[in-house]
Design a protein. Structure first.
Length: 470
């Protein structure tokens, strides 16, 4: 291990934002120190994206084996062996973790393991050693948070970190929070055989997604036997002989073996010397401008840790990657542009998946934009019928500027259905390259694929629907 020293860039936190910044800065020939108190890869690799998607894949396999007779295949679903699921999940994580460590050492990034603290605008202390840098990047990420008065015990009232470690399938779970994390765990546990109820304060599941997507998700979840209480504020929790009892603001009382608290993630910034060294803090988040610069010229910050005034900043791994890269390129002397956060694709990997890019109908109305919209049901798509996938593609475009004219730019694409997450990559090109429906209608989509729903929705918006019942 290095014993202190001087670097071009010192990065505090080795999650998605921090390690992406390290890898890109090293490509510019910078000497980089990456400081990590736990495991490089951070939340995404060890407690987030990757382990949850492994669980969701095991859940899909369970559902496929249960439903195989629909396809004329006889199998018997005998149950979930949770230790074996966890060992598969851990195998995936370990493999990627090893690969990441190899990539960092291949780029000659110095890994420094220990609890770091910002000591000055150009230095971080770790294990008594001081690492100075021409520039410091803060990337200490986020951690599960709770509600006032609701404490997590890690056994019956748990966070997503705890949920990933449980080596049994609970008989019943109440999930507080119907955002991405809550919806994904609901989907997994239901497929594994648990009784699940989601409690959400907003009037829909996935409150940040388009209402049309949420309605389809809710319909399918209802059919899958996943319960939810919407517009229902949490009031209190108490212990019972077998688990927990939760009381809601609407007077209902729910009982289950476990309560998963998935009400969002707070920044990891307390006690790390940020404020003392002049970095602006708002509700614990580090305040940055759209180029990820803090109030201190030698300090940048990226990832879940940051907040940008007037901008809804999504806590996503690929946002961390993009911000880390942007900071490294800025330090490397490139002329960088701010990220367009509306153009960031978002996926909830439940069954059904929900994927989107661009703005929702409600956001379009709030911004005073006249739009035209089309909803293309998966029922009209051959591949989706083969897969027995239910859902839809909704596309929102600027209304034509002249009567009878063509719609303008595509502003939002909102997809729901099994496996539609992969389709959002094409949708993000459409939205981010300012394509119009007519441009996309001219592109040929391979048949039979689910990608045809993107082609069909744009054909319909361009006034030339193919497989479409108006
Ligand atoms: C259950 C779950 C599922 C998710 N699924 C997805 C998904 O499917 N797709 C997606 O895009 N995003 C997903 N996310 C979000 C994603 O994980 C985060 O957006 C991403 O990890 C943020 O990266 P980061 O680098 O900002 O922070 P983090 O990944 O939290 O990394 C911060 C790192 O800093 C280290 N650190 C903190 N303090 C110190 C210190 N004092 N000294 C040294 N090191 C320190 C931590 O140990 C950690 O490794 C999910 C999150 C959760 C919880």
């Amino acid at each position: 291990m290095a014993e202190g020293g001087h670097y071009d860039v010192v990065i505090l936190g080795g999650g998605s934002g921090g390690y992406a910044c390290a890898l890109r800065a090293a490509e510019f020939g910078k000497r980089v120190a990456l400081i990590e108190k736990d495991k490089v890869g951070g939340t995404c690799l060890h407690r987030g994206c990757i382990p949850t998607k492994a669980l969701l894949h095991a859940a899909e396999v369970a559902d496929s084996s249960r439903e195989s007779e629909k396809f004329g295949v006889r199998t018997a679903f005998e149950g979930i062996e949770m230790p074996a699921v966890l060992s598969y999940q851990q195998g995936v994580v370990e493999r990627l973790w090893k690969g990441l460590q190899g990539t960092l050492s291949g780029r000659k990034v110095d890994m420094i393991y220990g609890d770091g603290r910002l000591a000055s605008p150009t230095s971080v202390t770790v294990n008594g050693a001081t690492y100075t840098g021409d520039h410091v990047v803060l990337a200490t990420g986020s951690e599960p948070r709770s509600l006032p008065g609701l404490s997590l015990d890690g056994e019956r009232v748990i966070s997503s970190d705890d949920a990933l470690r449980i080596d049994r399938v609970p008989s019943s779970v109440i999930i507080l929070g119907g955002g991405v994390i809550g919806v994904e765990f609901a989907s997994v546990w239901r497929s594994f055989g648990a009784a699940v109820t989601i409690v959400e304060m907003a009037p829909q599941l996935l409150p940040l997604e388009d209402e049309a997507s949420a309605k389809v998700l809710q319909r399918v979840f209802r059919r899958r036997g996943i319960g939810f209480e919407l517009g229902a504020p949490f009031q209190s929790v108490s212990y019972t002989d077998t688990g927990v009892a939760v009381t809601l603001g609407n007077g209902k009382r729910l009982e289950a073996e476990l309560l998963l608290v998935a009400v969002g993630r707070g920044p990891v910034s307390a006690g790390l010397g940020y404020e003392e060294n002049g970095v602006g803090i708002s509700r614990g988040f580090v305040e940055v401008n759209p180029l990820c610069q803090t109030a201190v010229p030698t300090i940048s910050a990226v990832g879940d840790l940051v907040t940008i005034p007037q901008i809804a900043h999504p806590q996503l791994a690929h946002v961390g990657f993009a911000e880390g890269i942007m900071v490294a390129e800025r330090l490397g002397g490139l002329d960088v542009r701010p990220i367009d956060y509306d153009g960031v694709p978002r996926i909830t990997y439940s069954d059904p998946e929900v994927a989107s890019v661009g703005i929702t109908s409600v956001q379009a109305a709030a911004r005073g934009i006249n739009v035209v919209e089309v909803n293309y049901p998966l029922g009209g798509n051959g591949r989706s019928v083969i897969l027995q996938a239910q859902g839809q593609a909704k596309v929102i475009a600027e209304a034509p500027s002249t009567p009878g004219g063509q719609p303008g730019r595509v502003l939002g694409v909102h997809l729901v259905g099994s496996r539609v997450g992969e389709l959002i990559a094409e949708a993000q090109l459409i939205v981010n390259w300012d394509a119009e429906p007519d441009d996309v209608a001219a592109l040929i989509h391979p048949h039979p694929t689910q990608s045809e729903i993107i082609g069909e929705a744009h054909l319909a918006l361009a006034g030339k629907p193919l497989h479409f019942h108006a």
